[in-house]
Structures are given as C-alpha cells and as structure tokens.
Design a protein around this ligand. Structure first.
Ligand code: GDP
Ligand code: GDP
Length: 455
C-alpha cells in the first residue's frame, strides 16, 4: 500500500540501498607513473584528488566510493607513493601486499608504452600467489596505434590486457565491465557466518601509542589460541587470543608485531595498514597515547573506523604516565577533540602495567552489541511519532517538513531510512540521531540515517 505518497517500490528501493552491507573493494596497483591515480579519478568520476597530491603528504583517505552500471564498490587508492622511503620495488610490493589483504579484486596497471618491467613481473608473482581476481589494464593507449603495445602484455600471464587511456577515457568502459565481473556482489565472509567465527578486532592507532605492548599484554595474560578453529580462514597476519572466556581474532597483527618503524614518510603506509585492518575487523579499538596531546592523526584514525562503519572502543593508553596536571588537560582535550565519538566506550589502560585490561572485553562487547542492535519498526515509529509531535521541524518557506515514517534497513552498523514530506535540515537530522541514541543506546557504534523526500 502506498504510504503518504511514497509507493512501495520507492520504499523498498530506498531500504535496499540504505541497508547495503559492506561494498566490495577494488585496488588499483602498479608502478609509479603508469597512470594509477588518473585511472582512480576516472573510475570515481572525479577530477579532484589524487594526482595533485604532493609526495610525502599524508592523505587521510585511501578509499573512495564508485559506481558503474548500477553497482557500487570501493576503490582503494594505492597511488600515494613515497619511493624514496622504501625503494621502488619494496614500495610496489608493499602496495600489492596491501591490495591482496584488503581488496576483493585488483586492477594491475601497466604502462603499455613502456612494456612490462622486472618490477611488473615481480608484482605479477605476488598477485598470482594471492589468488584474488586480477584485471590487467594496459594504459596510455591513447590511439589505435598503441593497441599492439597492449597485446604484448599477454606475456604477463594475467589474461587479456585491456588497452585503455586513463587520461582520455578510451577503453575504460570495457575495463569497468570486466572489473564488475571480477568483483563479488558482496564481499565474502567479511562479517563471518551466522554460526560465527571469532569476532574480529583491529587494534589501531598512531605509531608508538602502544599497540604491540597492548597485544603482548593481552597475549601474555591470556591464552594465545594455537589451534585454528574449524571454519575460520587461515591468515597468518591474524592472531586468535582468548580473553574473558571468549576467543577473539585480532586482525592484521603482523604490521604490529613486525615493528617496521619507518622513518619520515611512513605515515602513508601506516594509514594503508590501518585501512586494511579496519576493513577486516568488526570492531576497532583505537589507542590514544595519553602522555601526549590528542592529535589530528588520532582523529583521522578514528574517522577511518567510523567511516568504515565499524564498532568503536577508545583505549586511553599509558595511563600510568599521567600526573594530576596532565590528567586535567587530558580530560579537557577529550571533551573538545573527541566530541564526535562521545558514544564510544572508553577505557583508561596501561599496556605497561596491565591496568584495567579486564575492562577491555566488556567495552568491546558493549560496542558490538550496539553495532548489531535492531529496532523493530513499530517501536521506531512510535518513537518518531513522539519526537515529531514534541519537537517539530522548523517551518521553512511556509511549509513544515515532517518525518512520516521510518525503518531500520540494516545493522552492523545500524542504518535507518526516514521518509519525509520535505527537506530535513542537517541540524534536525543530528537532533534525531541524538534522540535515537538517548532512547535506544547504540553505544560504541556509528549510525547512518538517510532521509527520502517525497517529491
Ligand atoms: P601514478 O603514479 O601511477 O598514479 O600515475 P599518474 O596517474 O600520476 O600518471 C602519471 C603521468 O602519466 C601523468 O602525467 C598522467 O597525465 C600521465 N597519464 C596517465 N594516464 C595516461 C594516459 O592514458 N595516456 C597518456 N598519454 N598519459 C597518461
Ligand atoms: P606501537 O608502535 O603502537 O606498537 O607502540 P609500542 O607498543 O611499540 O609502544 C611504544 C613505546 O611506548 C614503547 O617504548 C612502550 O614500552 C611504551 N608504552 C606502551 N604502552 C605503555 C604504557 O601503557 N605506559 C608506558 N609508560 N609506556 C608504554
């Protein structure tokens, strides 16, 4: 039945869209200057961004959303190289490694005017071993005459090379069609099966906040589970640790254990790692070093977890270092800098002394519970009805936009679709979010609210 001017199909489509799970991820990989950034821009349909970035500048985003032929996916931008840091081969290998960990499919870009180099061949080996679907893009084929250069790349053994010009758009439609074939409809097993493997935790934070100390602390006090549970994927970078009687999977710990503390310019790699871990996790535990001021970098890392829609716990580490004065200022900083995530459970810990380690698991469980909360439609609409009656939207242009009804379209994190009779202002949306949290909790989880307006 039509409900206040929305027909059933509109409503179903809106709920479908808002309720989409995590999007499949595509990584664009290749040597510097082959045209990765140009291709990323073309795929995401934007001219801003990547190419203009200066080397050495930390980007806070490494993933973008794209759509082709009605399907949405994420593009993982690995173009922010700092060759000087690692050397060419190592940096391309690190990029491929990241792509293998975090992506569902890979576009391998080769400059057809140069042909395949030794570095390209090395990356091909890595990609083959990983077993992820690979689409080969032969770039800089700006005209017919370049087609034969592209054909030579059959020799890489990755199947058909797609001749493209990322710069002019030639051939990119065919490439995108092929990419869609390579991408799964939905990422496989990201959130485990209903029967449930261990819950997945990403321990993230700037270098030196104490991630490896915390991991050692929990692994020391508790039992490191040696035998893989049946049905869990074997991934040497993940560690199974039993805490509070439950087995948890700490994802992507290799980056923590390996302790590759790169010098200048390592920021970009650190954010790639963080993005990879966040992708694989259900809940992110963000460590903050309380002996220093909360930084922009801390906030970026938190934003990454929130934008990825993960449950969130904030662990204020190095609590043992605080004197009264620092503690006073820390609380002020938390009030001002961490306002956006005031909903996240907080634990004050010391990875050095083991202080309050026992509070970590309950905080993680709280966050996961919020992340999975589902509000029945009836209850939601009773709540919305009262909210709208008590605090109507301000009148604009002689009209009063009203929320007509709403539904929760998904969980992990909770996603809501509200249907309205007119444009709902940002302030009112925030008000709704605040009231939703007051009413239903949602501790430790971002929530998404989208509003559909009847035309
Ligand atoms: P990245 O280092 O792999 O990200 O490469 P960029 O996207 O920054 O491109 C490197 C250079 O190649 C830039 O000067 C681009 O304008 C140029 N380029 C990229 N794609 C094409 C293309 O299809 N044809 C031509 N002729 N030049 C291109
Ligand atoms: P990561 O780079 O995030 O893995 O950080 P580490 O675990 O390597 O820690 C960086 C430094 O901080 C090391 O010298 C640790 O001993 C120290 N550290 C870590 N946690 C604590 C803590 O709770 N208190 C104090 N005082 N030092 C800590």
């Amino acid at each position: 039945a039509a409900e206040e001017g929305f027909d059933v199909e509109d409503v179903e489509a809106a709920i479908d869209e808002a309720g989409h799970g995590p999007l499949p991820a595509l990584a664009v990989v290749g040597r510097p200057n082959v045209g990765k950034s140009t291709l990323v821009n073309r795929i995401i349909g934007r001219r801003e961004a990547v190419v203009q970035d200066k080397p050495g500048v930390t980007r806070d985003r490494v993933t973008y959303e794209a759509e082709w032929a009605g399907r949405r996916f994420k593009v993982v931008d690995t173009g922010g190289w700092e060759q000087d840091v690692l050397g060419l081969d190592a940096s391309v290998a690190a990029q491929a490694e990241f792509a293998i960990e975090a992506a569902d499919a890979v576009v391998f870009v080769v400059d057809a005017t140069v042909g395949a180099t030794d570095t390209d061949e090395a990356v091909v080996k890595l990609l083959r071993r990983a077993g992820k679907p690979v689409v080969l893009a032969a770039n800089k084929v700006d005209g017919m005459s370049g087609e034969s250069d592209a054909a030579v790349l059959w020799s890489l053994g990755l199947g058909e090379p797609f001749p493209i010009s990322a710069l002019h758009g030639r051939g990119t439609g065919d490439l995108l069609d092929e990419i869609l074939k390579a991408l799964p409809e939905a990422p496989p097993q990201r959130f485990g099966t209903a029967g449930g493997g261990p819950r997945r935790i990403a321990l993230i934070g700037r270098p030196n906040v104490g991630k490896s100390s915390l991991l050692n602390q929990v692994a020391k006090e508790e039992r490191v589970v040696v035998n893989e549970l049946s049905g869990t994927t074997r991934d040497p970078v993940d560690e199974l640790i039993e805490l509070g009687g439950i087995t948890w999977k700490f994802v992507d710990t290799a980056g923590i254990r390996r302790r590759v503390h790169l010098q200048e310019g390592a920021d970009y790699y650190a954010s790639l790692r963080t993005a990879a871990a966040v992708e694989k996790a259900e809940v992110a535990v963000v460590l903050i070093d309380t002996s220093e001021s909360i930084s922009v970098q801390d906030q970026r890392i938190i934003t990454m977890a929130v934008e990825a829609g993960r449950a969130l716990v904030i662990a204020y580490n190095k609590w043992d270092t605080l004197d009264e004065e620092r503690r006073y200022y820390l609380e002020r900083e938390i009030e001002t800098e961490m306002q956006q995530v005031a909903w996240a459970p907080r634990v004050n810990v010391s990875a050095l002394t083991g202080r309050h380690m026992e509070k970590l698991v309950p905080a993680i469980e709280t966050a996961l519970a919020g992340w999975e909360t589902r509000i029945p439609t009836g209850r939601l609409n009773a709540f919305l009805g009262e909210l709208v009656a008590g605090h109507p939207h301000p009148i604009r242009g002689g009209k009063q936009p009203r929320i007509l009804f709403g539904t929760q379209a998904g969980t992990k994190p909770p996603r809501f679709v509200l249907f309205a009779s007119g444009f709902i202002e940002a302030g009112y949306r925030r008000f709704i979010e605040r009231r939703l949290r007051e009413e239903f909790g949602f501790e430790g989880t971002p929530i998404h609210i989208s509003v559909r307006v009847r035309e």
